[in-house]
Design a protein. Structure first.
Length: 273
């Protein structure tokens, strides 16, 4: 007990110095940070999100995307890889095209909250809008990641999409996917042997004619096992005649946000290695 005051003061000093160094000083250092413009008249970087992309950030946050994806490009001195000659190199994030440089505090100036992420079960998304600017690909990937990458462990976000009956022409927003991905969104559908027999009985000549037009010379005789199997594989990759998959408002917003992620592209003076 004689040293109670010393222990108390030591603990107080420890916590106070930690708070000053980890919270107060960085806050003081960064509170005046502003967007960067390389020359007068240039659009400052970064720009705040607006409209659909801003709404999409909330969808990204609500679905916990940051638990599997980071938004932080690491230094060129971090991350090992070996080139074709077997030479050891660093800068794995740059090599993977996660960004042209490491990310710095200015990249997150308008982010609230800042979703750096804690792990990379999936790839970093700091500049996914540059790395993959295809909205169609992102929609397909979100509906069912296995439709884009057979080995993906990412969960399906099929609830961000709806399966609707086609009335008139297909919507411009309809996903371009074969029926194997649209009959049961979120899963990969295949008819049973009996179901396929019934389909061939009702529409066999039509399916065969379509397949021959696209794959001439392929074994497509429905009287043989190989022909039936080839016809099935072809038919599953064609779109459903009467149904389409459409993104919901949240699905469109999420993709808009992903396409707006363009960190670590604009050169910043403080990001030089």
């Amino acid at each position: 007990m004689d040293r109670g005051l010393v222990i108390f003061l030591g603990a107080l000093l420890t916590f106070a110095s930690s708070w000053l160094g980890l919270i107060l000083f960085p806050f003081w250092q960064l509170q005046t940070e502003k967007p960067f413009a390389a020359a007068e008249g240039d659009a400052p970087y970064p720009q705040p999100l607006a409209g659909l992309a801003l709404a999409g950030k909330k969808v990204y946050q609500a679905n916990g995307c940051m638990y599997c994806h980071s938004q932080q490009v690491r230094s060129e001195r971090f991350g090992n890889w070996w080139d074709a000659s077997g030479e050891h190199r660093t800068g794995a994030d740059i090599r993977r095209s996660y960004g042209l440089r490491r990310t710095v505090s200015r990249d997150y100036l308008h982010d609230n909250p800042t979703m750096l992420g804690t792990m990379r079960t999936g790839p970093d998304l700091a500049n996914i809008g540059v790395r993959n600017p295809s909205a169609a690909w992102h929609h397909t990937h979100l509906l069912n990641p296995r439709s884009a990458n057979a080995w993906s462990v990412m969960p399906s976000f099929a609830y961000l999409y709806s399966r609707a009956k086609v009335t008139g022409a297909r919507s411009d927003k309809a996903l371009s996917l074969g029926r194997e991905w649209t009959v049961d969104p979120g899963y990969r559908w295949r008819p049973s042997a009996k179901e396929w027999d019934a389909i061939l009985s009702a529409r066999g000549p039509e399916i065969l004619a379509s397949a021959l037009a696209v794959r001439p010379g392929t074994q497509l005789d429905p009287a043989t096992d190989a022909g039936r199997a080839n016809l099935l594989e072809f038919w599953l990759t064609t779109p459903e005649e009467n149904y389409q998959i459409l993104p919901t408002a949240e699905g469109e917003a999420l993709v808009a946000y992903l396409l707006a992620l363009r960190k670590a592209e604009t050169p910043l003076p403080e990001a030089k290695e």
